[in-house]
Design a protein around this ligand. Structure first.
Ligand SMILES: Cc1ncc(COP(=O)(O)O)c(C=O)c1O
Length: 392
């Protein structure tokens, strides 16, 4: 007796935690700077923590009122009806709900390459097939409508990301409309705004109000610092009616996550601080890292560093964990999450030291890479396997 044929599915491999890496490299966990998962360096919204404490005594009840309350609160915030707010176990859970609601077995979807790994994983779990459209480095990863539509062949869902991870690039309203107008009536365009709070551009949720073929994804993981409670949502067109009620797992979000979400939604100060800090950090990285970087509207920056695996390993040995972007389909690049001022400054210092030891001819741009020929860093095929295959 075996499960169905799962050979086409890929297991999710989360990046290793701070404790584990600290033990491996022999560093005190408090001295490690983890900038690999686009988490909020300022922690969770304090109001959310307090709300979870306050409601911990009541978790023997199924979550009901809080689910409706958060749907209402988000509906009000986005000027939609409560049924249009599909609360889920993280943005990942909302992606699952979208696939569950949309896909018949064998249906195809179109995802960006490079892009967020969980789109394809979720679609395959739901018996769908995955096609890709390219984002080109020499076009600075612009999600050009032509690239999307050239790759389009009647797929049921087209995924756009704004700001895009791992590049930080946005897609503007007109380009989204061009895609939505260029695809069939039965195709939905998903605009993933997981990092939307960090962008200077407004949310594209107005398109959800206006049309029946555009949905928007948001999450509490990043700007609200609630990655650990798993809370995200899809904003779906009104025309989809009670689809969410028909497909959602009973009590889709846990009580403490709902309470945290309700409180975090009111905690503007925490969000503003998080956004201001990320805005500072991405500029700092862009201006000071001795490598080519791309302008980012997210809480992270993509940098071209040559041998990304070696840079990742050498930085890790020095207590700084970044993301080797090879797992996103971008060999030669790393993604650096915006940390606090102290974390970001240290990360840039360490990375510049590491880059200076790399073959200067391998460096690809940006500020001067410093002196070459340092000792103590080994680059090359012997480096350990990276721990960054996760999708976050
Ligand atoms: C582009 C993108 N979309 C969605 C998500 C899902 O986030 P979560 O499941 O933590 O809400 C992530 C997580 O890193 C992401 O990078």
């Amino acid at each position: 007796m075996q499960p169905r044929d799962l050979s086409a599915l890929t297991p999710y491999e989360a990046g290793r935690g701070i404790e584990e890496v600290a033990r491996e490299v022999g560093i005190d966990p408090d001295d490690l700077v983890k900038l690999s998962s686009n988490e909020n360096p300022h922690g969770p919204s304090p109001a959310a923590v307090e709300a979870m404490r306050e409601h911990a005594d009541g978790v023997h009840h199924y979550p009901k009122a809080a689910h409706a309350d958060l749907q209402d609160a988000l509906a009000e915030r986005w000027d939609l009806a409560p049924e249009q707010v599909w609360l889920a176990n993280g943005g990942d859970g909302a992606l699952d709900y979208l696939a569950r609601a949309m896909l018949e077995p064998g249906d195809e979807v179109l995802v960006p390459d490079p892009g967020f790994a969980y789109y394809a994983m979720s679609v395959r779990y739901h018996h769908g097939r995955v096609n890709t459209y390219p984002l080109h480095k020499d076009e600075d990863f612009e999600q050009r409508p032509e690239n999307v539509l050239d790759g389009y062949d009647g797929e049921r869902i087209v995924y756009l990301i704004s700001p895009h991870s791992p590049t930080g690039r946005e897609i503007d309203r007109e380009a989204i409309l061009e895609v939505a107008d260029g695809v069939d009536d039965e195709t939905v365009v998903l605009v993933d705004e997981a990092y939307g709070a960090f962008s200077e551009a407004p949310s594209k949720v107005d398109l959800v109000r206006e049309r029946d073929d555009i949905a928007v994804l948001r999450t509490f993981s990043k700007s609200h610092g609630l990655a650990g409670v798993r809370l995200g949502y899809l904003l779906a067109p009104e025309a989809w009616g009670d689809a969410y009620a028909r497909i959602n797992t009973p009590f889709a979000v846990n009580e403490l996550a709902l309470r945290a979400g309700l409180a975090a939604l009111e905690d503007d100060e925490h969000v503003e601080q998080s956004v201001a800090s990320a805005t500072w950090a991405r500029e700092f990285i862009h201006d000071n890292l001795a490598a080519k970087t791309w302008p980012s509207q997210g809480n992270f920056v993509l940098a071209e560093v040559g041998d990304a695996e070696a840079v990742f390993e050498a930085a890790k040995e020095r207590g700084v964990i970044v993301r080797d972007a090879t797992s996103f389909g971008l060999p030669g690049c790393i993604r650096i999450t915006c940390g606090t001022k102290a974390e970001t400054t240290r990360a840039v210092e360490v990375l510049n030291e590491v880059l200076a030891m790399q073959d200067p001819h391998a460096a690809t741009g940006g500020a001067p890479t410093g002196e070459s020929g340092g000792v103590g860093v080994s680059f090359g095929p012997d480096a350990d396997e990276s721990d960054d295959a996760g999708a976050e």
